[in-house]
Design a protein around this ligand. Structure first.
Ligand code: ADP
Length: 592
């Protein structure tokens, strides 16, 4: 790990103060349980001591009771108390840790999702959905698993060494050394394994993200896969990714499985030494018989749990790799941040002033673009693919910010507006209308969840969607799946338009809303646009010129610059790219 970067768990501890009390409570309860857990062995020793030494016994000197039977009764009472305390603390510790794990999982998942939602569109476009999904689901789960039982087990192991060590140290120094002999081997071995395991688990987590990304993208592109009969090829790709995952896991398993046998050998040495040396010392009278029996038990108690170290470290390393990935996701920061202003009574006047824009490190896509869209007018942008029309719309929605120049809404730089102040004023109809899981009515009301059924139906009528919606068996209550797969492209487009209309925005933005629809739908959308664009600013990008011919002004964009502008009638009359395109689209090839 690079110097200066705190350990992932330290980062979690610093970040989430609200869990601290419960973590401390968990450790306290676990400690009580462990102390109670070690007690029975000591009581056995004490009982043997009572039988062997009678009135000279440890219990006699501690409690001042000389009668052996009475001493045994006392031991039985103490024993019962110990067991009750152990059971209670066991229950409470387990409750604390497991609930904490659930709470952390819940909070972290929500935080990660909220954070991801706040990231720029540019980030979303450059990061595979599946990989992000893997962090929000799998990695958060992995941490939950470790918190659920791993932390507690790790703590129990450490406490065990300390407590049992204390009993040994108080009894016989020679035996302490013998019993503890294997521990350095175990610790050095564990550290060596940890170092080997760490990169392996990082590889495992990374390959999970790759599979998830691949599968998510394939499920989204199922139609393309089937139409190109690429099922076998895609299966091969998923198989390869899954195989990489399996191999990465196999590597990790190979390394972690070798751990337990090594520890067993070390335990054998420690146990044999205590058995032999302790036995000889007891025979020579240098060690009380009660204590000898305790120490033989205790060696087992000391060393056997250490076989779990491998398993717990395994959980720990997996969780560590996951925490790193979660923190890395949470450390991504949005570049496009909202401002603080709102325009009180917005008119919807838009302006691009000397705008230069592009993506990432790439070249400029828009060059010194200056465009004025007065409030209430309908403006259209046409031009060849890749000219920069969608980029222009993205600037209006602030999915990207310009490299130079300004985008203004009612004379205010959009960077100064809150999201609600900007996007809240816009009804956006994307090229590929996205429908959410839910009813038709829910989908139309997406931008205004409190809309009445009347308002929803009115918006549907204005978008010319009402006739096909009413023809469906459940009408507005018909369930439409993710991506609206049960609807045609034209129907989806009309629902998306209804959704934008219901929002009653000052500005309506349509990105190629008619590019993928039939002529009838296009005519329907045109009719509804003529109606709903009244009194609001409408900005549209269209491939089909018939869609835009009624616009107040048409901007012809070419290679990121304005090539021409005017009304449809003006543009078709003068020779230029628009007239050429019009000729092609209307079939009048002679003019081109
Ligand atoms: P149009 O909408 O006119 O077809 P776009 O605005 O989509 O054009 O694209 C303009 C240029 O910007 C193209 O060269 C395209 O490759 C590039 N571009 C568009 N979107 C992105 C993106 N998300 N990341 C990087 N480059 C992009």
């Amino acid at each position: 790990m690079a110097a200066g970067i705190p350990h992932p768990f330290q980062q979690l501890w610093l970040r989430y103060r609200e869990y601290r009390t419960r973590v401390i409570l968990g450790f306290t309860l676990s400690t009580i349980r462990k102390i109670m857990d070690v007690m029975p062995e000591l009581l056995i020793g004490a009982a043997i001591d009572v039988v062997v030494r009678g009135s000279d016994s440890f219990v006699a000197s501690l409690l001042g009771v000389t009668d052996r039977r009475e001493q045994i009764v006392w031991l039985a009472v103490i024993n019962a108390v110990v067991w009750i305390l152990e059971s209670t603390s066991d229950y409470l510790a387990s409750l604390t840790w497991r609930n904490l794990a659930q709470q952390v999982e819940h909070d972290l998942r929500l935080e990660a999702y909220e954070h991801v939602q706040g990231l720029d569109m540019a980030w979303h476009e450059s990061h595979p959905t599946g990989a992000t999904l893997a962090v929000i689901n799998d990695d958060v789960n992995q941490l939950e698993r470790f918190l659920d039982s791993g932390v507690d087990r790790l703590w129990q192991l450490a406490l065990n060494v300390v407590l049992v060590g204390a009993v040994f140290a108080a009894s016989s120094l020679t035996l302490t050394v013998m019993a503890f002999l294997p521990i350095p081997v175990i610790i050095v071995g564990s550290m060596w394994f940890q170092r080997r395991l760490q990169p392996r688990y990082a590889a495992v987590r990374a390959s999970v993200a790759r599979i998830s990304g691949l599968v998510a993208s394939n499920l989204g592109g199922m139609a393309t896969i089937k139409s190109f009969t690429a099922e076998a090829r895609e299966l091969d790709r998923v198989r390869a990714a899954s195989e990489t995952y399996r191999l990465a896991n196999a590597e990790a398993i190979r390394a972690s499985s070798a751990f337990v046998p090594l520890i067993r050998m070390a335990i054998l040495v420690g146990f044999t030494m205590t058995l032999l040396l302790g036995g000889w010392m007891a025979l020579d009278g240098r060690l009380e018989i009660g204590l000898y029996s305790v120490l033989v038990f205790m060696t087992q108690r000391l060393l056997w749990p250490l076989t779990q170290v491998g398993e717990v470290l395994d959980l720990y390393q997996r969780a560590m790799a996951s925490v790193r990935r979660i923190l890395a996701l949470l450390d991504e920061v949005p570049v496009t941040l909202p401002g603080t202003e709102t325009v009180p009574s917005i008119t919807g006047a838009l302006e691009l002033r000397g705008v230069r824009a592009g993506y990432g490190e790439g070249p400029d896509v828009l060059h010194d673009l200056s465009i004025c869209i007065p409030a209430g007018e309908a403006h259209a942008f046409v031009g060849p693919t890749g000219a920069g029309k969608s980029t222009l719309l993205r600037l209006l929605l602030r999915f990207t910010d310009p490299r130079d120049g300004q985008v203004l809404l009612d004379g205010v730089d959009v960077r100064e507006l809150t999201w609600e102040g900007l996007r809240g004023q816009i009804g956006y109809v994307a090229q590929d209308a996205f429908l959410f899981e839910g009813s038709v009515a829910d989908n139309i009301a997406y931008g205004r969840p409190d809309a009445t059924r009347e308002a929803i139906e009115l918006a549907a009528r204005q978008a010319e969607a009402s006739s096909f919606v009413e023809a469906m068996p459940l009408g507005y209550d018909t369930h439409v799946g993710e991506r609206g797969v049960t609807l045609s492209g034209g129907q989806r487009q009309r629902l998306a338009l209804a959704r934008a209309i219901l929002r009653d925005p000052a500005i309506l933005i349509l990105d190629e809303a008619t590019s993928a629809v039939d002529n009838e739908t296009e005519a329907a959308i045109q009719r509804s646009l003529a109606e709903v664009s009244q009194g609001r600013t409408t900005v549209m990008v269209a491939h089909r010129l018939s869609t835009v011919r009624n616009a107040d002004r048409i901007w012809v964009i070419d290679a990121g610059r304005v090539a021409d502008a005017g009304t449809h009638d003006e543009l078709v009359r003068r020779p230029g790219p628009y007239a050429d395109l019009w000729a092609v689209q209307t079939g009048d090839l002679a003019a081109s």
